[in-house]
Write a protein that binds this ligand. Structure first.
Ligand SMILES: [Zn+2]
Length: 439
Protein backbone atom coordinates (compact mmCIF):
# COMPACT_ATOMS: atom_id res chain seq x y z
CA UNK A 1 0.00 0.00 0.00
CA UNK A 2 1.34 3.37 -0.89
CA UNK A 3 0.14 6.52 0.73
CA UNK A 4 1.10 9.99 -0.18
CA UNK A 5 0.60 13.10 -2.17
CA UNK A 6 2.43 12.89 -5.44
CA UNK A 7 3.46 16.21 -6.83
CA UNK A 8 2.19 17.22 -10.25
CA UNK A 9 5.52 16.72 -11.94
CA UNK A 10 7.20 15.24 -14.91
CA UNK A 11 8.65 12.63 -12.59
CA UNK A 12 5.18 11.25 -12.04
CA UNK A 13 4.57 11.06 -15.76
CA UNK A 14 7.89 9.35 -16.36
CA UNK A 15 7.38 6.90 -13.51
CA UNK A 16 3.84 6.09 -14.54
CA UNK A 17 4.69 5.44 -18.14
CA UNK A 18 7.22 2.86 -16.99
CA UNK A 19 4.83 1.21 -14.54
CA UNK A 20 3.23 -2.02 -15.55
CA UNK A 21 -0.45 -1.32 -16.26
CA UNK A 22 -1.20 -4.47 -14.27
CA UNK A 23 -0.09 -2.84 -10.98
CA UNK A 24 -3.14 -2.10 -8.81
CA UNK A 25 -3.40 1.59 -8.08
CA UNK A 26 -5.77 3.86 -6.20
CA UNK A 27 -5.59 7.48 -7.28
CA UNK A 28 -7.58 10.56 -6.30
CA UNK A 29 -7.53 13.59 -8.59
CA UNK A 30 -8.31 16.94 -6.98
CA UNK A 31 -9.94 18.97 -9.76
CA UNK A 32 -10.19 22.73 -9.34
CA UNK A 33 -12.91 22.86 -11.97
CA UNK A 34 -14.57 19.86 -13.59
CA UNK A 35 -16.31 19.70 -16.97
CA UNK A 36 -17.49 16.09 -16.90
CA UNK A 37 -18.57 15.69 -20.55
CA UNK A 38 -22.24 15.16 -19.70
CA UNK A 39 -23.47 18.02 -17.53
CA UNK A 40 -23.57 21.52 -19.00
CA UNK A 41 -22.78 22.86 -15.55
CA UNK A 42 -19.11 22.77 -14.50
CA UNK A 43 -18.36 21.93 -10.88
CA UNK A 44 -15.71 23.48 -8.60
CA UNK A 45 -13.43 21.61 -6.20
CA UNK A 46 -14.28 17.95 -6.72
CA UNK A 47 -12.36 14.69 -6.33
CA UNK A 48 -12.24 11.99 -8.98
CA UNK A 49 -11.70 8.55 -7.47
CA UNK A 50 -9.82 6.05 -9.62
CA UNK A 51 -9.04 2.37 -9.15
CA UNK A 52 -6.63 0.88 -11.66
CA UNK A 53 -7.85 1.98 -15.12
CA UNK A 54 -11.40 3.03 -14.20
CA UNK A 55 -13.18 5.90 -12.45
CA UNK A 56 -15.09 4.65 -9.42
CA UNK A 57 -16.69 7.90 -8.30
CA UNK A 58 -16.75 11.69 -8.26
CA UNK A 59 -17.10 13.35 -4.85
CA UNK A 60 -17.53 16.98 -3.74
CA UNK A 61 -14.54 18.65 -2.09
CA UNK A 62 -10.92 17.56 -2.02
CA UNK A 63 -10.99 14.17 -0.32
CA UNK A 64 -8.18 11.80 0.56
CA UNK A 65 -8.57 8.01 0.48
CA UNK A 66 -6.38 5.76 2.58
CA UNK A 67 -3.64 4.29 0.43
CA UNK A 68 -4.43 6.42 -2.59
CA UNK A 69 -2.03 8.70 -4.44
CA UNK A 70 -3.28 12.24 -4.90
CA UNK A 71 -2.83 14.08 -8.17
CA UNK A 72 -3.20 17.77 -7.53
CA UNK A 73 -5.05 19.48 -10.39
CA UNK A 74 -6.65 21.99 -8.02
CA UNK A 75 -5.46 24.92 -10.15
CA UNK A 76 -6.69 23.50 -13.42
CA UNK A 77 -9.80 22.73 -15.45
CA UNK A 78 -10.26 18.97 -15.73
CA UNK A 79 -12.14 17.30 -18.58
CA UNK A 80 -12.69 13.80 -20.00
CA UNK A 81 -10.07 12.68 -22.51
CA UNK A 82 -11.03 14.21 -25.84
CA UNK A 83 -12.27 12.11 -28.77
CA UNK A 84 -11.55 12.84 -32.44
CA UNK A 85 -13.95 10.80 -34.59
CA UNK A 86 -12.19 11.53 -37.89
CA UNK A 87 -8.44 10.97 -38.14
CA UNK A 88 -6.05 9.17 -40.49
CA UNK A 89 -3.09 8.19 -38.30
CA UNK A 90 -1.18 6.60 -41.19
CA UNK A 91 -1.25 9.70 -43.38
CA UNK A 92 -0.07 13.29 -43.35
CA UNK A 93 -0.79 15.62 -46.24
CA UNK A 94 1.47 18.64 -46.60
CA UNK A 95 4.62 16.73 -45.57
CA UNK A 96 6.30 16.71 -48.97
CA UNK A 97 4.74 16.24 -52.38
CA UNK A 98 1.51 14.22 -52.42
CA UNK A 99 2.47 12.51 -55.70
CA UNK A 100 6.07 11.74 -54.70
CA UNK A 101 4.91 10.32 -51.35
CA UNK A 102 2.37 8.12 -53.13
CA UNK A 103 5.05 6.38 -55.18
CA UNK A 104 7.95 6.36 -52.69
CA UNK A 105 6.31 5.46 -49.36
CA UNK A 106 4.97 1.98 -48.70
CA UNK A 107 2.70 0.55 -46.02
CA UNK A 108 5.67 -0.04 -43.67
CA UNK A 109 6.63 3.65 -43.88
CA UNK A 110 3.05 4.61 -43.15
CA UNK A 111 2.69 2.38 -40.14
CA UNK A 112 5.93 3.73 -38.65
CA UNK A 113 4.65 7.26 -39.24
CA UNK A 114 1.46 6.10 -37.54
CA UNK A 115 3.30 5.24 -34.32
CA UNK A 116 4.60 8.81 -34.14
CA UNK A 117 1.22 10.30 -35.04
CA UNK A 118 -0.52 8.17 -32.40
CA UNK A 119 1.79 9.53 -29.70
CA UNK A 120 1.30 13.14 -30.84
CA UNK A 121 -2.47 12.68 -30.80
CA UNK A 122 -2.51 11.31 -27.26
CA UNK A 123 -0.19 14.03 -25.98
CA UNK A 124 -2.60 16.63 -27.41
CA UNK A 125 -5.26 15.29 -25.04
CA UNK A 126 -7.09 12.99 -27.48
CA UNK A 127 -7.36 9.70 -25.61
CA UNK A 128 -9.67 8.09 -28.19
CA UNK A 129 -9.91 8.32 -31.97
CA UNK A 130 -11.87 6.85 -34.82
CA UNK A 131 -9.49 6.22 -37.69
CA UNK A 132 -11.66 6.50 -40.80
CA UNK A 133 -9.32 5.32 -43.52
CA UNK A 134 -5.95 3.62 -43.76
CA UNK A 135 -4.66 0.37 -45.30
CA UNK A 136 -6.43 -2.32 -43.28
CA UNK A 137 -3.52 -4.59 -42.22
CA UNK A 138 -1.42 -1.56 -41.25
CA UNK A 139 -4.03 0.29 -39.18
CA UNK A 140 -5.24 -2.91 -37.49
CA UNK A 141 -1.61 -3.68 -36.53
CA UNK A 142 -1.19 -0.18 -35.08
CA UNK A 143 -4.44 -0.50 -33.14
CA UNK A 144 -3.30 -3.82 -31.66
CA UNK A 145 0.12 -2.43 -30.72
CA UNK A 146 -1.49 0.53 -28.92
CA UNK A 147 -4.06 -1.67 -27.18
CA UNK A 148 -1.30 -3.95 -25.87
CA UNK A 149 0.70 -0.98 -24.57
CA UNK A 150 3.65 -1.55 -26.93
CA UNK A 151 3.03 1.77 -28.67
CA UNK A 152 1.88 4.98 -26.96
CA UNK A 153 -1.36 6.24 -28.47
CA UNK A 154 -5.09 6.82 -28.07
CA UNK A 155 -7.75 4.11 -27.95
CA UNK A 156 -8.58 3.36 -31.57
CA UNK A 157 -11.67 2.36 -33.48
CA UNK A 158 -10.58 1.73 -37.08
CA UNK A 159 -12.30 1.57 -40.47
CA UNK A 160 -9.38 0.17 -42.46
CA UNK A 161 -9.34 0.66 -46.21
CA UNK A 162 -12.09 2.98 -47.40
CA UNK A 163 -14.74 1.30 -49.55
CA UNK A 164 -14.83 3.30 -52.78
CA UNK A 165 -16.04 2.92 -56.35
CA UNK A 166 -13.44 2.65 -59.13
CA UNK A 167 -12.17 6.18 -59.79
CA UNK A 168 -13.84 7.44 -56.60
CA UNK A 169 -12.33 9.39 -53.69
CA UNK A 170 -10.50 6.40 -52.20
CA UNK A 171 -9.23 4.89 -55.47
CA UNK A 172 -5.67 6.12 -54.99
CA UNK A 173 -4.59 4.91 -58.42
CA UNK A 174 -6.66 7.60 -60.16
CA UNK A 175 -4.43 9.86 -62.23
CA UNK A 176 -1.45 7.47 -62.19
CA UNK A 177 -0.23 5.26 -65.01
CA UNK A 178 -2.39 2.13 -64.75
CA UNK A 179 0.77 0.01 -64.85
CA UNK A 180 1.58 1.35 -61.37
CA UNK A 181 -0.34 -0.24 -58.54
CA UNK A 182 -0.02 -1.14 -54.89
CA UNK A 183 -2.43 -3.15 -52.73
CA UNK A 184 -3.18 -0.17 -50.50
CA UNK A 185 -4.26 1.95 -53.48
CA UNK A 186 -7.08 -0.33 -54.52
CA UNK A 187 -7.85 -2.62 -51.59
CA UNK A 188 -11.11 -0.84 -50.79
CA UNK A 189 -12.47 -0.66 -54.32
CA UNK A 190 -15.91 -2.20 -54.71
CA UNK A 191 -18.31 -1.78 -57.62
CA UNK A 192 -21.86 -3.02 -57.34
CA UNK A 193 -23.74 -4.27 -54.27
CA UNK A 194 -22.20 -7.75 -54.39
CA UNK A 195 -18.64 -6.47 -54.19
CA UNK A 196 -19.67 -3.96 -51.52
CA UNK A 197 -21.18 -6.72 -49.37
CA UNK A 198 -18.09 -8.89 -49.76
CA UNK A 199 -15.81 -5.97 -48.89
CA UNK A 200 -17.69 -5.22 -45.65
CA UNK A 201 -17.51 -8.86 -44.61
CA UNK A 202 -13.80 -8.97 -45.43
CA UNK A 203 -13.18 -5.84 -43.33
CA UNK A 204 -14.97 -7.53 -40.44
CA UNK A 205 -12.82 -10.63 -40.86
CA UNK A 206 -9.66 -8.50 -40.85
CA UNK A 207 -10.55 -6.86 -37.54
CA UNK A 208 -11.88 -3.40 -38.37
CA UNK A 209 -14.47 -1.82 -36.08
CA UNK A 210 -16.49 0.24 -38.53
CA UNK A 211 -16.90 0.84 -42.24
CA UNK A 212 -16.03 4.02 -44.15
CA UNK A 213 -17.55 4.71 -47.54
CA UNK A 214 -17.25 7.58 -49.99
CA UNK A 215 -20.67 8.27 -51.53
CA UNK A 216 -19.38 11.57 -53.01
CA UNK A 217 -16.11 12.61 -54.61
CA UNK A 218 -13.51 14.27 -52.42
CA UNK A 219 -11.01 17.09 -52.21
CA UNK A 220 -7.55 15.58 -51.62
CA UNK A 221 -7.95 13.07 -54.47
CA UNK A 222 -7.39 13.39 -58.21
CA UNK A 223 -10.16 14.13 -60.66
CA UNK A 224 -13.30 13.17 -58.71
CA UNK A 225 -16.05 15.74 -58.19
CA UNK A 226 -16.93 16.48 -54.52
CA UNK A 227 -20.42 17.55 -55.61
CA UNK A 228 -21.20 14.30 -57.42
CA UNK A 229 -22.68 11.16 -55.89
CA UNK A 230 -20.29 8.47 -57.15
CA UNK A 231 -21.61 5.42 -55.26
CA UNK A 232 -25.05 4.16 -56.26
CA UNK A 233 -27.87 3.99 -53.73
CA UNK A 234 -27.78 0.19 -54.12
CA UNK A 235 -24.10 0.11 -53.18
CA UNK A 236 -24.63 2.36 -50.14
CA UNK A 237 -27.61 0.31 -48.97
CA UNK A 238 -25.70 -2.95 -49.40
CA UNK A 239 -22.86 -1.60 -47.22
CA UNK A 240 -25.21 -0.24 -44.54
CA UNK A 241 -27.30 -3.41 -44.26
CA UNK A 242 -24.28 -5.72 -44.17
CA UNK A 243 -22.32 -3.57 -41.72
CA UNK A 244 -25.24 -3.14 -39.34
CA UNK A 245 -25.86 -6.89 -39.31
CA UNK A 246 -22.23 -7.24 -38.19
CA UNK A 247 -22.74 -4.48 -35.54
CA UNK A 248 -20.41 -2.16 -37.43
CA UNK A 249 -21.26 1.52 -37.91
CA UNK A 250 -20.97 3.23 -41.27
CA UNK A 251 -19.21 6.56 -41.72
CA UNK A 252 -20.01 8.23 -45.04
CA UNK A 253 -17.74 10.82 -46.58
CA UNK A 254 -20.10 13.20 -48.40
CA UNK A 255 -19.58 16.76 -49.64
CA UNK A 256 -22.40 17.32 -52.18
CA UNK A 257 -26.05 17.71 -51.21
CA UNK A 258 -27.34 14.70 -53.19
CA UNK A 259 -24.82 12.29 -51.64
CA UNK A 260 -25.51 13.69 -48.15
CA UNK A 261 -29.27 13.29 -48.48
CA UNK A 262 -29.15 9.83 -50.06
CA UNK A 263 -26.60 8.46 -47.59
CA UNK A 264 -28.54 9.81 -44.59
CA UNK A 265 -31.82 8.35 -45.89
CA UNK A 266 -30.12 5.01 -46.53
CA UNK A 267 -29.14 4.79 -42.86
CA UNK A 268 -25.44 5.65 -42.57
CA UNK A 269 -24.49 6.53 -38.99
CA UNK A 270 -22.52 9.67 -39.79
CA UNK A 271 -21.94 12.14 -42.58
CA UNK A 272 -18.29 13.15 -42.68
CA UNK A 273 -17.57 16.73 -43.90
CA UNK A 274 -21.14 17.48 -45.07
CA UNK A 275 -19.71 20.53 -46.81
CA UNK A 276 -22.56 21.49 -49.14
CA UNK A 277 -25.42 20.38 -46.88
CA UNK A 278 -28.39 22.70 -47.09
CA UNK A 279 -31.56 23.12 -45.04
CA UNK A 280 -33.13 20.04 -46.65
CA UNK A 281 -30.02 17.99 -45.89
CA UNK A 282 -30.12 19.17 -42.28
CA UNK A 283 -33.76 18.06 -42.00
CA UNK A 284 -32.98 14.64 -43.43
CA UNK A 285 -29.99 14.15 -41.12
CA UNK A 286 -32.07 15.20 -38.14
CA UNK A 287 -34.99 12.96 -39.09
CA UNK A 288 -32.69 9.94 -39.50
CA UNK A 289 -30.61 10.60 -36.38
CA UNK A 290 -27.50 10.94 -38.55
CA UNK A 291 -24.42 12.45 -36.93
CA UNK A 292 -22.53 15.23 -38.72
CA UNK A 293 -18.74 15.23 -38.35
CA UNK A 294 -17.73 18.68 -39.61
CA UNK A 295 -13.89 18.43 -40.10
CA UNK A 296 -13.54 22.22 -40.34
CA UNK A 297 -9.79 22.01 -39.75
CA UNK A 298 -9.43 19.96 -42.92
CA UNK A 299 -11.31 22.62 -44.88
CA UNK A 300 -9.16 25.42 -43.47
CA UNK A 301 -5.94 23.45 -43.98
CA UNK A 302 -6.48 22.55 -47.63
CA UNK A 303 -7.25 26.18 -48.38
CA UNK A 304 -3.94 27.11 -46.69
CA UNK A 305 -2.05 24.54 -48.81
CA UNK A 306 -3.78 25.65 -52.02
CA UNK A 307 -2.74 29.25 -51.34
CA UNK A 308 0.79 28.69 -50.02
CA UNK A 309 2.02 25.34 -51.41
CA UNK A 310 -0.16 24.21 -54.33
CA UNK A 311 2.88 22.40 -55.77
CA UNK A 312 2.66 19.85 -52.94
CA UNK A 313 -0.85 18.84 -53.95
CA UNK A 314 -1.79 16.32 -56.64
CA UNK A 315 -3.37 17.67 -59.85
CA UNK A 316 -6.89 19.17 -59.40
CA UNK A 317 -6.69 19.20 -55.60
CA UNK A 318 -5.86 22.90 -55.12
CA UNK A 319 -8.81 24.04 -57.24
CA UNK A 320 -11.19 21.75 -55.36
CA UNK A 321 -9.81 22.92 -52.00
CA UNK A 322 -10.49 26.55 -52.83
CA UNK A 323 -14.06 25.70 -53.86
CA UNK A 324 -14.97 23.48 -50.88
CA UNK A 325 -12.94 24.78 -47.91
CA UNK A 326 -14.50 28.21 -47.44
CA UNK A 327 -18.13 27.06 -47.35
CA UNK A 328 -17.72 24.41 -44.63
CA UNK A 329 -17.84 26.74 -41.63
CA UNK A 330 -20.94 28.62 -42.82
CA UNK A 331 -22.82 25.40 -43.48
CA UNK A 332 -21.87 23.98 -40.10
CA UNK A 333 -23.33 27.11 -38.47
CA UNK A 334 -26.65 26.42 -40.17
CA UNK A 335 -26.65 22.69 -39.32
CA UNK A 336 -25.91 23.51 -35.66
CA UNK A 337 -28.82 25.95 -35.49
CA UNK A 338 -31.05 23.38 -37.15
CA UNK A 339 -30.28 20.91 -34.35
CA UNK A 340 -28.30 18.31 -36.32
CA UNK A 341 -26.30 16.05 -33.96
CA UNK A 342 -22.64 17.04 -34.17
CA UNK A 343 -19.64 14.88 -33.24
CA UNK A 344 -16.14 16.33 -33.14
CA UNK A 345 -13.89 15.19 -36.00
CA UNK A 346 -11.01 16.95 -37.67
CA UNK A 347 -9.56 14.85 -40.53
CA UNK A 348 -6.12 14.98 -38.87
CA UNK A 349 -3.75 13.59 -41.47
CA UNK A 350 -4.96 16.19 -43.93
CA UNK A 351 -3.00 18.46 -41.53
CA UNK A 352 -0.42 17.84 -38.78
CA UNK A 353 -1.34 15.26 -36.15
CA UNK A 354 -1.39 16.67 -32.63
CA UNK A 355 -2.98 19.97 -33.69
CA UNK A 356 -6.50 18.47 -33.58
CA UNK A 357 -7.68 21.01 -30.97
CA UNK A 358 -7.67 23.78 -33.60
CA UNK A 359 -11.10 22.39 -34.54
CA UNK A 360 -12.57 23.76 -31.28
CA UNK A 361 -11.74 27.31 -32.32
CA UNK A 362 -13.32 26.79 -35.75
CA UNK A 363 -16.46 25.24 -34.23
CA UNK A 364 -16.83 28.13 -31.80
CA UNK A 365 -16.07 30.53 -34.67
CA UNK A 366 -19.01 28.96 -36.52
CA UNK A 367 -21.30 29.77 -33.61
CA UNK A 368 -21.18 26.71 -31.35
CA UNK A 369 -20.96 27.48 -27.66
CA UNK A 370 -17.69 26.34 -26.06
CA UNK A 371 -19.66 23.83 -23.95
CA UNK A 372 -21.37 22.35 -27.02
CA UNK A 373 -18.01 22.06 -28.78
CA UNK A 374 -16.61 20.21 -25.73
CA UNK A 375 -19.68 17.92 -25.54
CA UNK A 376 -19.20 17.15 -29.26
CA UNK A 377 -15.68 15.90 -28.44
CA UNK A 378 -16.71 13.93 -25.35
CA UNK A 379 -20.11 12.28 -24.75
CA UNK A 380 -21.40 12.95 -28.30
CA UNK A 381 -18.29 11.49 -29.93
CA UNK A 382 -18.57 8.48 -27.59
CA UNK A 383 -22.21 8.03 -28.64
CA UNK A 384 -21.25 8.07 -32.33
CA UNK A 385 -18.52 5.50 -31.68
CA UNK A 386 -21.03 3.46 -29.66
CA UNK A 387 -19.06 3.19 -26.43
CA UNK A 388 -20.52 5.69 -23.96
CA UNK A 389 -20.12 3.06 -21.24
CA UNK A 390 -16.32 3.37 -21.44
CA UNK A 391 -15.32 6.79 -22.80
CA UNK A 392 -16.44 10.41 -23.18
CA UNK A 393 -17.30 11.35 -19.61
CA UNK A 394 -15.98 11.54 -16.09
CA UNK A 395 -18.41 9.27 -14.28
CA UNK A 396 -18.16 6.05 -12.28
CA UNK A 397 -17.44 3.08 -14.52
CA UNK A 398 -15.68 4.95 -17.33
CA UNK A 399 -12.00 4.56 -18.16
CA UNK A 400 -9.84 7.03 -16.26
CA UNK A 401 -9.13 8.98 -19.45
CA UNK A 402 -8.71 12.46 -18.01
CA UNK A 403 -7.09 15.68 -19.20
CA UNK A 404 -6.46 19.10 -17.70
CA UNK A 405 -5.62 22.58 -18.94
CA UNK A 406 -4.60 25.81 -17.26
CA UNK A 407 -7.34 28.40 -17.52
CA UNK A 408 -10.97 27.95 -18.48
CA UNK A 409 -11.87 26.61 -21.93
CA UNK A 410 -15.41 27.95 -21.50
CA UNK A 411 -13.90 31.47 -21.45
CA UNK A 412 -11.14 30.80 -24.00
CA UNK A 413 -11.59 27.65 -26.08
CA UNK A 414 -8.00 27.96 -27.36
CA UNK A 415 -6.73 26.76 -23.96
CA UNK A 416 -7.52 23.24 -25.25
CA UNK A 417 -4.50 23.60 -27.57
CA UNK A 418 -2.25 23.73 -24.50
CA UNK A 419 -2.74 20.40 -22.80
CA UNK A 420 -0.94 20.28 -19.46
CA UNK A 421 -2.05 16.87 -18.17
CA UNK A 422 -3.11 13.66 -19.89
CA UNK A 423 -4.11 10.41 -18.19
CA UNK A 424 -5.16 7.34 -20.17
CA UNK A 425 -6.63 4.37 -18.33
CA UNK A 426 -5.34 5.63 -14.99
CA UNK A 427 -1.77 6.09 -16.26
CA UNK A 428 -0.37 9.63 -16.42
CA UNK A 429 1.17 10.01 -19.86
CA UNK A 430 1.75 13.77 -19.76
CA UNK A 431 2.11 16.20 -16.90
CA UNK A 432 3.75 19.38 -18.00
CA UNK A 433 2.96 22.67 -19.61
CA UNK A 434 3.73 22.51 -23.31
CA UNK A 435 4.05 25.22 -25.93
CA UNK A 436 1.08 25.70 -28.23
CA UNK A 437 1.42 23.99 -31.61
CA UNK A 438 2.22 26.53 -34.28
CA UNK A 439 -0.78 25.55 -36.36
ZN1 LIG B 1 -10.84 11.88 -43.89
Amino acid sequence: MRTGRLAFTLALAAASSLCSPAMARDVVIHAGKLIDGVSRQPRERVSIIIKDDRITGVEPGFVDKPGADVVDLSGKTVLPGLIDTHVHLLLELGKGSQVVNAVTKNAFDHVLDGTVNARKTLMAGFTSVRDVGGYTPAIVALKKAVASGEIVGPRMWVAGSIISPTGGHADASTGFDEALSKPEWTEGIADGPEEAIKSVRRHHRQGTDLIKIVPSGGVASVGDDPQAQLMTDEEIKAVVDTAHTLHMKVAAHAHGTVAIEHAAKLGVDSIEHGSFADADGDKIMKANGTWLVPTLTAGASVVDYAKTHPELLAPSVAAKALAVGPIMQANLARAYKAGVKIAFGTDAGVFAHGTNAREFELLVGAGMTPMDAILAATSSAAALIGDEADIGSIQAGRYADIIAVDGDPLQDIATLRRMSFVMKGGEVVKAQPSPAPTR
